[in-house]
Design a protein around this ligand. Structure first.
Ligand code: ZN
Length: 204
């Protein structure tokens, strides 16, 4: 162990000890891409980038359990609850570039529902982190499953990924679609069809 530690260079140890602040890191980043952080337009950029990064990753600090626990209600309603077209904005964890689009969430209650306004906040809490779309989709389905214990949950997300579009790997007209279907949405084709009909706009 001691031997391994001793091979770290002095500068590496100094760097680790310094615990750089986010604005300092952004300043280094500007230098690394060949910019001059001292020119007028960039003077306040490190602070701005740091602030916006903190906002875009603020989901880590949200207590999702608490968010949901405060908004659970007992009901005898057992028809599909659907919130369509929830806007979401996230950052892909591979490039830290935005991916964003629409999220559709549905569930069939079994004695419990969650306040409707909480669903977009739930989507937000998981989106404002470094994510991959597949995991984001299943995290939303899983927390609803865990908290409401419904007969089924369905989550569909359609997104544009700037890491693919800006770098030319994907055309702008083909959004990435991911889905998580649990319970009756998986086992019952008619329920699934009804949900897909709603989100595709064939039923309103
Ligand atoms: Zn990416």
């Amino acid at each position: 162990m001691l031997v391994l530690m001793s091979i770290s260079s002095d500068s590496e140890i100094a760097r680790a000890n310094r615990r750089m602040s986010l604005p300092d890191l952004v300043k280094d980043l500007l230098l690394a891409v060949g910019e001059n952080p001292s020119r007028e337009g960039l003077l306040r950029t490190p602070q701005r980038v740091a602030k916006s990064l903190q906002e875009l990753t603020s989901g880590y600090a949200i207590d999702v359990d608490k968010l949901i626990n405060d908004a659970l209600f007992e009901v005898s309603y057992s028809e599909m609850v659907l919130v369509r077209d929830i806007d979401f904005y996230s950052l892909c964890e591979h490039h830290m570039l935005p991916f964003f689009g629409k999220c559709h969430v549905a569930y069939i209650p079994d004695g419990k529902v969650i306040g409707l306004s909480k669903l977009p906040r739930l989507v937000d809490a998981f989106s404002r982190r470094l994510q991959v779309q597949e995991r984001l989709t299943s995290q939303i389905a899983e927390i609803i499953l865990k908290k409401i214990k419904p007969l089924g949950v369905a989550v569909v997300m359609e997104a544009r990924h700037l890491c693919m579009e800006m770098r030319g790997a994907q055309s702008k007209n083909s959004p990435t679609v991911t889905s998580a279907m649990v319970g009756v949405f998986r086992s019952d084709a008619r329920t699934r069809e009804e949900f897909l009909g709603f989100i595709n706009g064939t039923k309103r």
